[in-house]
Structure formats: structure tokens, C-alpha cells
Design a protein around this ligand. Structure first.
Ligand code: ADP
Length: 484
């Protein structure tokens, strides 16, 4: 147990919401946040509702004119100061995240650095909000400006408490937007700590609020408000669809990063050891709780048994435990119902005639721990439509490239996909035909601040990170100048 690290995390924990820069304390009641490893309550955030959400929106609207019309270099300078403070607090922020989310401490620190990459990247993008000049066929001169959309509502999930926030706030602030954030109730403390650092870095009062409370109440106020001009949401497809509907009457700009059911395809010509290692990296990040985790693995029949055996042998070595234990790679799942879902998926494979090669049940540590699991065979239908969101890899065999592509595409989702082959023609062909927003070729890790992130089909729309991320937060204004 790394008590020093834990204390660094607790030192950054603020048991309050932040409305227009003002703390609203929980005073020991409201929403209880627990450590998923033990179920013990680590602290509270207040249970706020419509009135506080309205106040946050009002503050965001008041802060918007000055922030958006000001010099973009001022915003870039702020983002760099914020990033520097985050770099100074990687240990503490990582520990706080590990406490509320349960992910291994080393991984949590890695997420803080990854999250900060978005702030650093978008500091540069603020300086590159470049417009165009053009001659029009009417003899006019056209000028374009890239202007901030307006005050934004940002709703974030619990699986990446830092990165999902900075992936939205980085471009929002760079563009000149202000924001009201509703973090997930399971992991609000990382968001609040990051917001505190933003104010320390000189963010104008009101430009950011963190509202905690009943999601549907806060979500309704945010989506109904005509002052909020943009919603960016990361979470489940069902909630995303509902929020998009709620945004329709006010015609808000909307970005949706929703669920996935990522296929991972291994051809017989692939480097099997590499495929195994990368499958593990991709699958067990955040204990299998990411929307880009491989959800179903298809392996060419001639090597399916060999791949699955190698994979099972490696997965069996993975150390499971609480976040601060040495060498832990897989932690607890976020809540009890997450464990039930993995159990359901293992049961489904067994019922369809598949075999469990390693794992398959709750871990001896009890609580929300599940054994890292590999199965072979059974029916893939469930895994096309439902994310396991836990430490289980179901492997299925295929015979032809066409069959693999058809199976990969036979899902309503289209977020991430992965492909292992040494045949360049096949890699190019397959990655173009796969219905997904992202495809990793011979790698299981595809997320960085510089890569466009987003999906197609029921996985949503809009792109985060990269040179495209800021487009979600700007409107193009055209000025037509008649030169007489
Ligand atoms: P998950 O299954 O990963 O928890 P959710 O879509 O339920 O995904 O949650 C993602 C985020 O959306 C969280 O911040 C959650 O509180 C929020 N949320 C859930 N339901 C609603 C809703 N009806 N309106 C607004 N936000 C919601």
C-alpha cells in the first residue's frame, strides 16, 4: 500500500462543486463517492439541481464575451499555465483518480499525462485559429473568421475522469468557449481538482463550473437552455440519443462519443506474439472499461487455437488488485452491476458451446474484482451489440477475409477496430472497408491527443483531439467585403 501517494491524492480532494468559481460544499451529505476496491466512501459532493445549474449557465454566458473576443494568445498562455500546474501534480491527480475510479495508480498517472496532452495540443491550436481570404465570383472579397460557438455543456463519464474532461475543455477554451461540466457521479473529484488548477492558472471567474447531482435533472436544464450553444457528451449510446433529442428544440451543436463494440481481427500471416501482446494492452486498459477496448476477437481458423492459447497463458499472469498495490495491472470494476454484466457474457459463451481458457468467474479478492478471462468459440452475436466493459476477451474463428469483414461490420456500432496482418495490401484494403471511426493496424493502442478520435453509426459523431477537435467548438463567420 502506497500511503504517501494516497495522501497526495486526498490532499487534492475537494468535497464541493464549483459554480462560477465559488465552492458549494457537500458538508458530509449529498452524493457519496466510493473506492471501487473496497466500497468504502472516500468523500461526498453536493447533490445540486436546477437552480445551481442555471446559475452556472448564467455565469458561463456572462464570462463568454470577454473570453471569446479576447486575444487567443491569452487563452493559449492560460492553457500552458494550466498544463504546467497539472504536470506539477501528476502524482496527486493520479492518486485521486485511482481512489475514485479504482484503476491502477501507474495507469492513472499515465492518464493524467495523456489528459494533459490535450491541453498542450489545444494551447497551440488557439494560436492557429486562422481564417481565410478569398475572391468571390461577385467581385467581392471574402473573409472568414473562426469564432467560438458559445457557452458549452460538457458531460463526461467515469472511465477516464481526467482525459474525457481535458479532451473537451482544451478545445473549448482554445476556441474561446466557456463551459458548464457535469462529471460522472462515480468520479467527480478528479474533475473538481482539475477545475481548481484551472482557476489557479488564471481562468476568468465563471468560465468553468462543475455541477454535481442528479444527471437527468442537470442534463435537462443544460440541454433546454438557449444560452448553451453546444453539448459535448461522452457516455452510453442510450443517454446520448436522449440528450441529442433534448438538444433539438434549441438546435445546439452536438458532439457524441458513444459506445463501441470494437472488433479485433488477426490473420494467419500476423506476428502472433505481437497480436497477443497488443490485444492485452488494448483490452485491459482501465480493466477493460473503455469504449475502444477490443470487444470481440476474430482469428483466422488455422491459427485461432494457437493465438487463444498464447493469449490465455499471458492473461493468466496478469496481477489483479487494488490501485496502490505493486505490479497490479487490472483493478476492480466501477460498480456491482458491471461485474454482473461480465458474468452474463461468460455464461453466454458457455451456453453457446464456447470454452473458458482462463478466468471466467469473480476473483477471489471478492467485491468488484473479476478474473481476467479468455474464451474461445461460441456465438459472437451478443458481442457485436453489447460492450462487455470488463476484463474478458472472447475469441472466435473465421475462414475468409470477407467473412471477417462482414462480422466486423455486422454491428450497429463503429468506434474503434483493430487489425493484425503482415500483408500490406490487406491492411490497406481492410482498414478502408471497415465501418469504424478508427482502425489500429498491428497495434492495440490508438489514443493520443494528436489522433482524431470518434465514431460512425451508433457510436456517434464529431471528432475530438487532433487538428479536427477545435472545429467542434467554432463557427465559421463569412464577411463579404464589396470593394468599390
Ligand atoms: P455509463 O454507462 O458509462 O455510466 P452513462 O451514459 O450512463 O454511461 O453516463 C455518462 C455520463 O452521462 C455521466 O456523467 C452520467 O452521469 C451522465 N448521464 C446519465 N444519464 C443522463 C441524463 N439523462 N442526462 C444527462 N446526463 C446523463
Amino acid at each position: 500500500m502506497n500511503q504517501t501517494a494516497k495522501n497526495a491524492g486526498l490532499a487534492l480532494m475537494r468535497q464541493h462543486a464549483l459554480i462560477a468559481g465559488e465552492p458549494i460544499p457537500a458538508n458530509g451529505s449529498g452524493i457519496a463517492v466510493d473506492d471501487p476496491a473496497t466500497g468504502e466512501v472516500i468523500g461526498h459532493v453536493p447533490d445540486l439541481g436546477a437552480a445551481e445549474t442555471d446559475a452556472a449557465i448564467q455565469a458561463a454566458a456572462e464570462a463568454f464575451p470577454d473570453w471569446s473576443r479576447g486575444d487567443p494568445h491569452r487563452r493559449a498562455a492560460f492553457l500552458r499555465r494550466w498544463a504546467a500546474l497539472i504536470d506539477d501534480n501528476v502524482e496527486g491527480l493520479g492518486a485521486l483518480m485511482a481512489l475514485e475510479n479504482g484503476k491502477p495508480f501507474e495507469e492513472a498517472k499515465g492518464e493524467v499525462t495523456y489528459a494533459n496532452g490535450f491541453i498542450k495540443w489545444f494551447a497551440g491550436e488557439a494560436e492557429r485559429l486562422i481564417g481565410e481570404t478569398q475572391d468571390s465570383p461577385l467581385g467581392h472579397l471574402l473573409l472568414t473568421y473562426r469564432e467560438a460557438v458559445g457557452p458549452c455543456a460538457l458531460i463526461t463519464p467515469w472511465n477516464f475522469p481526467a482525459a474525457m474532461l481535458t479532451r473537451k475543455l482544451g478545445p473549448a477554451f482554445a476556441a474561446g468557449c466557456t463551459a458548464v461540466v457535469k462529471p460522472a457521479s462515480q468520479t467527480p473529484f478528479t474533475a473538481i481538482a482539475l477545475a481548481e488548477l484551472a482557476y489557479q492558472a488564471g481562468l476568468p471567474v465563471g468560465a468553468l463550473s462543475i455541477v454535481t447531482g442528479e444527471a437527468s435533472v442537470i442534463g435537462k436544464v443544460l440541454t433546454d437552455s438557449p444560452l448553451i450553444r453546444k453539448l459535448s457528451f461522452t457516455g452510453s449510446t442510450g443517454v446520448g440519443r436522449k440528450l441529442a433529442e433534448q438538444c433539438a428544440p434549441t438546435l445546439k451543436r452536438v458532439s457524441m462519443e458513444l459506445g463501441g463494440a470494437a472488433p479485433l481481427i488477426v490473420f494467419a500471416d500476423a506476428d502472433l506474439d505481437l497480436a497477443v501482446a497488443e490485444t492485452i494492452k488494448g483490452k485491459f486498459r482501465n480493466s477493460g472499461q473503455t469504449c475502444v477496448c477490443p470487444n470481440r476477437v476474430y482469428v483466422e481458423r488455422s491459427v485461432a487455437e494457437a493465438y487463444a492459447e498464447k493469449l490465455a497463458a499471458e492473461v493468466a499472469k496478469i496481477k489483479v488488485g487494488a490501485a496502490f498495490e505493486e505490479g497490479v495491472k487490472v483493478g476492480p470494476l466501477i460498480e456491482d452491476k458491471a461485474i454482473e454484466k461480465v458474468e452474463k457474457h461468460v455464461t453466454a459463451v458457455r451456453a453457446d458451446g464456447g470454452r473458458v481458457l482462463t478466468g471466467g468467474s469473480r476473483h477471489e479478492l471478492g467485491g468488484r474484482f473479476f478474473q481476467p478471462t479468455v474464451t474461445l468459440g461460441g456465438d459472437d452475436a451478443l458481442f457485436r451489440e453489447e460492450e462487455t466493459f470488463g476484463p474478458m476477451i472472447p475469441v472466435f474463428a473465421f475462414d475468409t477475409e470477407t467473412e471477417a469483414l462482414d462480422k466486423a461490420n455486422a454491428s450497429e456500432f463503429g468506434l474503434a477496430s483493430y487489425l493484425f496482418t503482415r500483408d500490406l495490401d490487406r491492411a490497406m484494403r481492410f482498414s478502408r472497408r471497415i465501418e469504424a471511426g478508427m482502425c489500429g493496424v498491428n497495434t492495440g493502442l490508438i489514443s493520443t491527443a494528436v489522433a482524431p478520435f470518434g465514431g460512425v453509426k451508433q457510436s456517434g459523431y464529431g471528432r475530438e483531439g487532433s487538428i479536427h477537435g477545435i472545429d467542434e467548438y467554432v463557427d465559421v463567420k463569412t464577411v463579404t467585403l464589396a470593394l468599390r
